[in-house]
Design a protein around this ligand. Structure first.
Ligand SMILES: *Cc1c(COP(=O)(O)O)cnc(C)c1O
Length: 519
């Protein structure tokens, strides 16, 4: 077992051990903060969780060449050792069930337990996508009812339910746009994307075969309508606009943008990942949008991040609905809701661009999202948006005297508050403040995004944090902001109170070590 690096660690105030004396333990554990090596370091050859009988089955001739020559390189552990290994690791995690997750743009809200109960009902959880449709009418009904809510909440014509994440939904929307343009014999090449866009927007446009061009932002953080209009022309297939945008501001010119794009023959894609801020208040269909993905895992509270699955249904305007992917749920003349698949398409949906997924979408996300929608009701969903915006403005106004808030002068923000590193002492950065937040027991906010602000810190509290919870977070942020302004060297080397200190994140992302060297 590797000895943990305890240098630089000092007991927190009020702990024993004497002022400044580092506590070094024999085990490497510190009280209930447990050190844990890799499972391969822990395992021993010849150890196994179960007793296996010697195999006396004769080898089938012809299969002998598939016999293993050497034992598999599995870590040898008993069952209790294995359970403890993963439980210890899980305790080093931060989770939304432990505290706030202020990641801007990610909408990490509480996941109501009712959703989990509904998703685990055997009639939803234990069905198979290849079951005959007449045995899963209830599940298909859930897809149809959720689809109805999404279309109603957004004021659009149709919805493609199968995309499995926001980015997948973007691709679905752009493929609908491409199909619509091709249907009218129009080979436009360019997609315009504002410079504050989430990285998935330009990546999706490029993946769909378009050339991406940036549109600048105004000094107050919104799309520059004049610059956009000036760039429109017969080569522009679509614009992709995020609304509310990633500076946490509502794009007030959205209708004017849509009208200008449409009159130049293009189509309007809206990145709807921030729908949490406007659900129940604004219908994107009224703003002239042709396609918009909704992140069920953000707005409608299904667990995500760290491996939780996503779901990115795409709502479509009447112009794009005929090109939507298969399958989709349709109520027949007999009143029964069925999935329209390839064999039905020639009659029911001849212009579909094809499929986005093998089956019908993320059933577990559908059940959770519908449970969330039905338990809130239409008025409750409106309150989600109001409280999310209220909480973000509370954070903005509670910090703006200590942290530079570049767009705060223009009025209230939407569901997230944006700050910059301006005013920090020489040599201190956003990264230092984010690392300090870990010592304070919080997950850091989104850092260095959006790119339009230097050293950006994007904080999204969501509506599920209480005022008391926000006040605790604000207290920590104020103290860290003061330390960054004063140039406290302790902040420069934060975090101090965690099992691992500053990691080389670039190296980890660029050259990850994914194989145990002795395997
Ligand atoms: C989260 C997010 C996306 C991408 O959604 P995924 O489900 O992670 O693919 C796109 N745009 C914005 C603004 C987002 O916040």
């Amino acid at each position: 077992m590797n000895a943990p690096n305890v240098s630089g660690w000092r007991p927190a105030m009020g702990e024993g051990g004497g002022e400044g004396a580092p506590i070094v333990t024999t085990s490497g554990d510190r009280g209930l903060s447990l050190e844990e090596p890799l499972i391969f370091e822990l395992g021993r050859a010849g150890t196994c969780g179960v007793d296996l009988d010697e195999v006396d089955t004769p080898v089938v001739p012809g299969l002998a060449r598939f016999l293993r020559a050497a034992p598999p390189a599995l870590p040898g552990l008993t069952e209790p050792e294995t359970v403890r290994h993963y439980t210890r690791l899980s305790r080093q995690n931060y989770a939304i069930d432990l505290g706030p997750f202020p990641l801007g743009s990610c909408t990490m809200k509480h996941n109501p337990r009712l959703n989990e109960k509904v998703a685990r009902l055997p009639g939803f959880a234990d069905i198979h996508p290849l079951q005959p449709q007449h045995t899963v009418r209830g599940a298909i009904g859930v897809i149809a009812e959720l689809a109805h809510w999404l279309v109603t909440l957004t004021g659009m014509s149709a919805v493609a339910m199968t995309p499995k994440a926001g980015a997948h939904g973007e691709l679905c929307g752009l493929l609908c746009i491409r199909a619509a343009l091709e249907a009218r014999g129009d080979a436009r090449q360019v997609v315009l994307v504002p410079e504050s866009a989430h990285g998935t927007n330009p990546a999706t446009a490029a993946f769909a075969g378009y050339r991406v061009e940036n549109i600048p932002a105004t000094a107050e953080g919104r799309v520059d309508l004049a610059a956009l209009t000036a760039r429109l022309g017969p080569d522009v297939a679509a614009v992709m606009i995020t609304n509310p945008n990633t500076c946490g501001l509502f794009e007030r010119d959205m209708k004017a943008i849509s009208d200008a794009v449409h009159s130049a023959g293009g189509l309007v894609y809206c990145d709807g990942a921030n729908f949490n801020a406007i659900v129940g208040k604004v219908r994107p269909g009224d703003l002239g949008i042709d396609a918009m993905h909704i992140n069920l895992h953000k707005t409608f509270s299904t667990p995500h991040g760290g491996g939780g699955p996503g779901s990115g249904p795409v709502v479509l305007s009447a112009a794009l609905a005929p090109f939507a992917p298969l399958p989709f749920a349709l109520r027949g003349p007999d009143g029964i809701i069925r999935l329209v698949e390839e064999e039905d398409a020639p009659v029911h949906h001849p212009q579909s661009f094809g499929r986005m997924a093998a089956f019908h979408g993320q059933m577990g996300m559908f059940t959770r999202a519908l449970a969330y929608i039905l338990s809130h009701g239409a008025d409750g969903l409106r309150q989600v948006a109001e409280d999310a915006v209220l909480n973000a403005n509370y954070v903005l106004r509670s910090l703006e005297d200590l942290l530079d808030a570049p767009f705060a002068g223009a009025g209230p923000c939407m569901h997230e508050a944006l700050f910059s590193d301006s005013g920090f002492a020489e040599g201190f950065s956003t990264l230092d403040l984010a690392k300090g937040l870990i010592d304070e027991g919080f997950h850091p906010m989104t850092v260095y995004f959006p790119l339009v602000v230097h050293g950006a810190m994007l904080i999204e509290p969501t509506e599920t944090e209480s005022k008391a919870g926000l006040d605790r977070f604000i207290g920590s942020m104020r103290s860290l902001a003061e330390r960054a302004r004063a140039g406290d060297p302790g902040l420069k080397s934060a975090p101090h109170l965690v099992p691992r200190r500053r990691l080389d994140e670039t190296q980890a992302a660029r050259k990850p070590v994914l194989v145990w060297p002795e395997a």
